[in-house]
Design a protein around this ligand. Structure first.
Ligand code: ACO
Length: 391
């Protein structure tokens, strides 16, 4: 077995691969800041559009700057007709993340290219992606239900417009506020797997559309953003709040994981969970139905208790995806779309990271320790004998 003497760090845990001005995750104390602003301050006080401005332009906007950004987002919401038409031909059973990833990639087909076939990757193409992704998702939600897509409005906020495009009704302030807070909390999270993917893609001098498509593909797995949809399935499986502890014990006995619990960085409860829990509670009071909140609350208590017993010292607490489930369920969003909602929020961070990468680029190209056979002679096909696969 050949070795190079390099240190192998599976999962890059604790490995620093770059720097960023955009966000800081302090996992031991449970603090998340965007450009120095604590999400505890941003969540109740700033809108997603303000946070988008903060991430893309480097500072919180003045009233005029905010108006200008809102105008640009509103003006860029429509998606090209051929993309809507192509969605009409997709099987209605298609997984929403597959549709979102494919159609987002397709946006590049309608974006101008220079003589070398390159798209412009700048703050405006970033806003284009941020503006259009919710339109794709809302259109797909209606198409798969056999309904006509509803055109976006330019006068509504990012959150309100998304909910409007699903139903044709302008949401209440509470609903708009809940989704807006969710978007704020999910907007960025340093070098998580999908953001890293976007930066790796951008580092090859690929364009922003390709980088965001790569990020979408990486988000989908249930060890990352896919946990949001998986966490909702958990609420369905638990069914009633009094079954939470039995459920947790059954899952752990099968050697499986509780979705929405645990985090590579946070060794305390994810700071975003507190805000989302408050939103879930508020929404359930507004709807007069606390089923999802109640199940989530008792599931978190049961998980904390049983994980403490079964995996002492592992520090596995609720992450952002945990209370995403009751919030989005109470907004009548289908469980299989939760990861797509995550993507709509995170596109602000992804695009900001792509621009940051391009502003001081160096190709990201790690190494691997080779553990295969030592160099040997080539075997002509007439001398080869059948071997077991992998041998
Ligand atoms: N349920 C049960 N056990 C868990 C969980 C969980 N949710 N999370 C971690 N563990 C256990 C593991 O089984 C392992 O136990 P062992 O040492 O006895 O084998 C130990 O904790 C360490 O697990 P790792 O996978 O090494 O920890 P890592 O830091 O890589 O885990 C991760 C982070 C992948 C998020 C993990 O906690 C997990 O799988 N959670 C469930 C999926 C999830 O919620 N993902 C979303 C993460 S947040 C986000 O991406 C937005």
């Amino acid at each position: 077995m050949a070795t190079t003497g390099l240190v192998v760090d599976r999962g890059l845990e604790g490995v620093v691969v770059g720097s960023t001005l955009l966000s800081n995750v302090e996992g031991q104390i449970g603090r998340l800041t965007y450009r120095g602003y604590d999400i505890d301050d941003l969540a109740p006080n700033a809108t997603f559009e303000e946070v988008t401005h903060l991430l893309l332009y480097g500072h919180l906007p003045t009233a005029e700057e905010l108006e200008s950004l809102k105008r640009e987002i509103g003006a860029r919401r429509m998606i090209p007709e051929p993309l809507i038409n192509s969605m009409q031909r997709v099987p209605k059973t298609a997984w929403p993340m597959d549709v979102l990833r494919t159609v987002t990639s397709g946006l590049a087909l309608f974006s101008p290219v220079n003589q070398r076939g390159e798209h412009v990757s700048d703050v405006h193409s970033a806003i284009e992606l941020i503006a259009k992704m919710p339109t794709i998702l809302a259109a797909w939600d209606r198409i798969r239900r056999g309904l006509e897509p509803i055109e976006p409005r330019t006068d509504l906020s990012h959150a309100a417009n998304f909910l409007y495009m699903r139903t044709g009704k302008v949401p209440s302030d509470i609903e708009e506020d809940a989704l807006d807070t969710y978007f704020v909390l999910l907007a960025d999270h340093s070098y998580n797997a999908s953001t890293f993917s976007a930066r790796v893609t951008a580092s090859t001098r690929s364009d922003i559309y390709a980088a965001i498509t790569a990020a979408l593909a990486t988000l989908e797995g249930d060890l990352h953003g896919g946990a949001a949809s998986a966490a909702f399935n958990t609420l369905l499986e638990v069914g009633t709040k009094d079954r939470a502890e039995t459920y947790v014990r059954e899952v752990l006995a099968r050697g499986e994981r509780i979705m929405g619990m645990g985090h590579r960085e946070y060794k305390v409860r994810d700071p975003r969970a507190r805000h989302l829990e408050a939103m879930a509670k508020q929404l359930s009071a507004y709807r007069g139905d606390s089923r999802w909140y109640d199940i989530a609350r008792s599931l978190e208590d049961a998980s904390n208790k049983v994980l403490q017993e079964e995996k002492p010292g592992k520090k596995i607490y609720a992450n952002v995806d945990f209370y995403t489930a009751p919030v989005l369920a109470d907004l009548a969003i289908a469980g299989d779309e939760f990861t797509c909602l995550f993507a709509c929020a995170r596109t602000a961070g992804w695009t900001a990271h792509v621009l940051e990468q391009l502003s001081d680029n160096r190709l990201i190209r790690p190494q691997a320790t080779y553990v295969g056979p030592a160099p040997g002679p080539f075997v002509p096909i007439s001398d080869r004998r059948a071997q077991a696969i992998g041998a």
